[in-house]
Design a protein around this ligand. Structure first.
Ligand SMILES: O=C(O)CCC(=O)C(=O)O
Ligand SMILES: [Fe+2]
Length: 615
């Protein structure tokens, strides 16, 4: 028996060697890539690639399970191999040892053979690096000298208004000159100039723009935003609000290079911003493309030999210069234009609202009614920061939990008069059995007198509402019932389940990283496909794979019952992007945002009702 097992192992290794050699010969002739006997940060992943219908996500999950970190997967169209760029030699070794001749990947369960390689292949024709820049985008290298860089850093270091105090920016430090950019509304208030205008040290820059200035209706900028990014920090993809600023927008990169992503629909272009260069976003690049910086420590950039290489980020400071627009935007790019987007025809509004109500009825209310008992069993432990909020009220305060579910927050602070409401009868029954004060209502119509309660919480509720208008209306309803000075806490599920490289509990409970990952994952994929098929006829929304990152904001999240039938129900969620909750709160009348934070995969906001006199 023992001998047989050993023989099997030897045979398996021999087969792997043979297969590995054959694959290496293919990539050698395809793209001049040679293997390396010594470990390198580059790995060829043989036998699996785009031709096997493989996704980058699937490969990354496999690699992550080894504990090694991949910075980028390079996949070539139509090929049955791909490449990993690893964060370090150690990461590369971990992945090699954890995956070579072990991992079975994709639906067909192909075994992956790995090999260290000396260098990466020359860039494939379709690479995001070989694409032309978006129209209207210019990068002027060495726009300032090293000496000027120091002078500018000193000038902006001394003054300016910081946004840190608002707690709204979790990833970077921001300072403003001329006018403050308000992240709550994504706009500026032109009637409130700041004491500090743009430092005069910046005046050296404008004459250097002469050759470009003839193409614009040019005047010197009156607003400056300074962003300080430590390695690992980034800025989410966005377009600078059309109605806030004119065209063009300038951004000077100091202290470190970085890679910026530009996106328009499915089109994506990566742009390297060298230290001391000036980025000019004009026309299409300013209005019709989003820009953003991924929160990474290391960028993948083109190498001198035409391949790809890695570059560690240093601390980067950028100076973004803009000119205030007074009045609406009249650009010819309506897709991302806040001025032109608000003009959605009335009929469309009505039909969207009707669809939203049906979706919520079928994929929220009916589901929670059916899964109530099982759902309730999984919801015991109060989130510490919610308890802390409840503890911040005076004894005998009246606090309403809108969407209280099984009422787990109603007994957190026994000194309060806690009342809960929910739509789901099944969940309310659980609370009632515990003797809690609960009643049934919809979160958009709460039968409570205006300005009558001290506090309000709504935990994981408004992400079940299917339009922005309805989510906003739910917040407005909370504001209505609060007394002036009353405070509300709102939790919604975040699209991003990872912050500062740390996974949320939701992702960490992904059982696919343990030993049985292959079968688990295969089963999961199969169920997922079945569900999608089942739904594709009557529901256009994607079905989310549990315990993985969200791919879209509007998704159906499976809930599997424990009983013998193991029925799967689909719950509708709108998962929130960064700043989206703050933005929504800023549109609620009579309230002000006090604090916002990220807690275990949720975006959270505390707001206060402002007394009429102080408005
Ligand atoms: O850091 C940069 O270069 C860009 C900053 C930016 O896009 C912004 O503040 O709107
Ligand atoms: Fe921007």
């Amino acid at each position: 028996m023992h001998v047989e097992e050993t023989q099997q192992k030897v045979n398996k290794a021999k087969k792997a060697d043979k297969k590995q050699r054959r694959c290496l010969a293919i990539i050698k002739s395809d793209c001049e890539v040679s293997p390396s006997a010594e470990p390198t940060p580059y790995l060829a992943v043989l036998n699996v690639g785009l031709s096997n219908g493989l996704t980058e996500e699937c490969l990354l999950t496999e690699a992550a399970a080894t504990g090694g970190k991949v910075i980028q997967v390079v996949m070539l169209p139509g090929k049955s191999y791909c490449f990993f760029i690893c964060a370090s030699l150690e990461d590369s070794q971990l992945i090699y040892e954890g995956m070579h001749n072990i991992s079975t990947i994709g639906q067909q369960g192909a075994v992956a053979y790995l090999s260290y390689i000396r260098q990466l292949p020359a860039l494939a024709g379709k690479s995001e690096w070989n694409k032309p820049l978006p129209r209207g985008l210019h990068i002027i290298a060495d726009f300032v000298t090293e000496e000027e860089e120091s002078t500018l850093l000193r000038a902006i270091g001394e003054d300016g208004r910081t946004s840190e105090g608002t707690g709204s920016l979790k990833h970077r430090n921001v300072k403003h000159f001329g006018f403050e950019f308000l992240y709550g509304t994504n706009n500026v208030d032109p009637s409130k100039p700041l004491e500090q205008s743009i430092p005069s040290a910046c005046d050296i820059l404008w004459p250097r723009l002469n050759s470009f200035a003839s193409t614009w209706d040019w005047s010197s900028p009156d607003q400056l935003t300074v962003n300080e990014y430590e390695p690992g920090h980034g800025i989410p993809p966005h377009v600078d609000t059309h109605s806030a600023f004119l065209d063009p927008i300038l951004s000077l990169s100091l202290q470190s290079d970085v890679v910026m992503d530009f996106r328009r629909g499915d089109d994506q272009v990566q742009v390297r911003l060298p230290r001391r260069s000036l980025l000019i976003m004009s026309g299409e690049a300013r209005y019709d493309w989003t820009h953003g910086i991924r929160p990474k420590h290391i960028d993948v950039v083109p190498s001198a030999s035409g391949g790809l290489t890695t570059q560690a980020r240093g601390k980067r400071t950028s100076l973004t210069f803009r000119r205030l627009r007074k009045g609406p935007c009249d650009c010819s790019y309506p897709a991302l234009c806040d001025t032109q987007q608000t003009k959605v025809p009335q009929e469309l509004h009505a039909s969207l609202a009707a669809q939203a109500i049906t979706l919520e009825q079928q994929n929220v209310h009916e589901v929670y009614d059916k899964i109530a008992d099982h759902f309730s069993e999984t919801r015991h432990t109060p989130w510490p920061q919610v308890s802390e909020f409840l503890d911040s009220f005076e004894p005998q305060s009246v606090v309403l939990d809108i969407g209280c579910g099984n009422g787990k927050y109603l007994s957190c602070n026994p000194l309060l008069l806690s009342v809960g409401c929910d739509r789901a009868q099944g969940l309310l029954a659980v609370g009632r059995r515990k003797g809690q004060n609960v009643f049934r209502c919809d979160c958009l119509v709460v039968p409570v007198r205006s300005s009558s309660i001290d506090g309000c919480i709504s935990i994981a509720v408004i992400h079940h509402l299917a339009t922005k208008e309805r989510r906003l209306a739910a917040l407005q309803e909370m504001a209505r019932v609060l007394r002036p000075g009353g405070r509300a806490l709102v939790y919604v599920w975040a699209k991003d389940q990872r912050k500062n490289d740390k996974k949320s509990t939701y992702l960490r409970q992904n059982k696919a990283v343990n030993k049985e990952r292959t079968t688990e994952q295969q089963q999961r994929q199969k169920q997922h496909q079945e569900l999608e098929q089942q739904l594709s006829n009557n529901n256009p929304l994607p079905v989310h794979t549990n315990r993985t990152e969200f791919q879209q904001q509007d998704v159906l999240v499976p809930w599997k019952t424990k009983d013998e039938q193991k029925t799967t129900y689909l719950r509708y969620y709108h998962v929130f992007e960064e700043q989206e909750l703050e933005n929504l709160v800023s549109q609620v009348h009579e309230v002000q945002l006090i604090k916002s934070y990220y807690d275990q995969g949720n975006h959270c906001a505390i707001f206060e009702k402002i007394s009429k006199n102080s408005l």
